[in-house]
Write a protein that binds this ligand. Structure first.
Ligand code: CA
Length: 399
């Protein structure tokens, strides 16, 4: 839904499958016209469908961005440098003062912490300063008619967008979106808008483009519906003891904070856990040489907004910084060079060939790849932190 998803997961899903040369005007018009049945099924009128699709042309930027997937993945510390920049923190504090009353009301109504709503707004659109230069109907139609994968998904987004305009929530030509049809302050795709957008200012419109209260309430509603635990934060930066069994940092197995304490794990500042019975998993975003975190349930709720660890950590950290928290205490391994997608694929092939299945060779480091790395590291007597590093790739190439 957010921009990170738009440039990573969506692009990855579509990258190799869009055929621009074939997307000629006639074929595109015919394809768009063929979406009438899907539109009718959700209650779009013929007149509104025609008005929304007449003279519709493919969005060239959407096509370009879908085709130009970046080969290099930013390391998480570089991502966080820009996602949680000093400017974004100070603007967030200023916005908190500016919108304090509506944030408090939204937070109390939905039982979602205001600073997290603010942080998502900051991450998604830099607090509404950039909602995308595209139109949701056009962007979705382009993806529905010029890509060969997920056409049904994009068709649903396209007709849902027309329906939103038909219902009077926002005029068609004001339906600003990202190139991937993520709309308004909160960057909801049209079907997420249908499921989660909320009217907080009481004008009957769920206007995530022009109403800040609606945008805040929509984000809060999304988090609430996905199980947000009010006033229980997202996780803690922690220090692990020397000689710690790093295999426990599998980013999966939950234990209570009290149990983690028995393994010698403490908060970086040494404070007590507010709720020692909370369940958390141990996670090293950049391997054993970087910061360590104990992640609570809310971390996974943030990932429902955008399924990327870097994004969720960015939201959690930005929220903490906005309400006065400091930077992380431990340093990132900044001398580590990130692996390109091709290098990740090579690493996946090498691991699979050695009997450590990565569940496919897709160039993305997901849970199965991390698990395979961990198993390989254990077998070779190195620190099993599951981190895909150049050092690991070099070692696999040598053996
Ligand atoms: Ca409204």
């Amino acid at each position: 839904m957010g921009r990170l998803l738009a440039v990573s997961a969506v692009a990855a899903a579509l990258a190799a499958t869009v055929s621009l040369p074939e997307a000629r005007a006639d074929a595109f018009s015919n394809c768009v016209a063929g979406k009438w049945g899907a539109a009718k099924r959700i209650g779009v009128t013929r007149a509104n469908f025609d008005a929304a699709t007449r003279n519709l042309r493919p969005d060239p930027t959407t096509l370009k961005l879908v085709n130009n997937q970046s080969e290099f993945v930013k390391p998480i510390w570089e991502y966080l440098d820009s996602a949680v920049s000093e400017k974004r923190v100070s603007t967030g504090r200023q916005k908190y003062r500016e919108y304090q009353s509506v944030l408090q009301s939204v937070g109390a109504r939905y039982k979602v912490d205001p600073e997290v709503i603010l942080a998502i707004w900051g991450m998604e659109t830099s607090y509404g300063s950039f909602m995308g230069e595209h139109n949701a109907v056009r962007a979705a139609a382009t993806l529905a008619c010029a890509s060969k994968r997920r056409q049904d998904f994009w068709t649903q987004q396209m007709v849902a967008a027309i329906k939103i305009a038909q219902d009077g929530h926002v005029p068609l030509d004001k339906m600003e979106s990202s190139w991937g049809a993520a709309m308004g302050h909160t960057q909801f795709i049209p079907t997420s808008w249908q499921a989660y957008a909320a009217d907080f200012d009481g004008d009957g419109k769920r206007d995530i483009w022009r109403s800040i209260p609606d945008a805040f309430a929509s984000t809060a509603n999304y988090l609430a519906k996905h199980g947000w635990n009010y006033q229980e934060t997202w996780g803690y930066e922690v220090v692990v003891p020397r000689n710690f069994d790093h295999a426990l940092a599998d980013g999966r197995k939950k234990r209570t904070l009290a149990e983690w304490s028995r393994y010698g794990i403490n908060r970086v500042g040494g404070q007590n856990w507010p709720r020692p019975s909370d369940q958390a998993y141990l996670y090293y975003p950049a391997g054993a040489n970087g910061p360590a975190f104990l992640m609570l349930h809310n971390f996974d709720v943030i990932k429902r907004y955008n399924n990327a660890d870097a994004y969720a950590l960015g939201v959690g950290h930005l929220a903490d910084r906005i309400v006065g928290g400091g930077d992380f205490s431990q340093n990132w391994p900044r001398d580590e060079r990130p692996l390109s997608r091709v290098q990740v694929q090579e690493m996946q092939s090498l691991l699979t060939r050695r009997g450590f299945s990565t569940g496919g060779v897709d160039g993305q480091v997901g849970p199965m790849t991390r698990e395979a790395i961990r198993a390989y590291q254990k077998s070779s007597g190195t620190v099993p932190d599951g981190f895909a590093s150049t050092k690991l790739l070099n070692e696999l190439q040598r053996r």
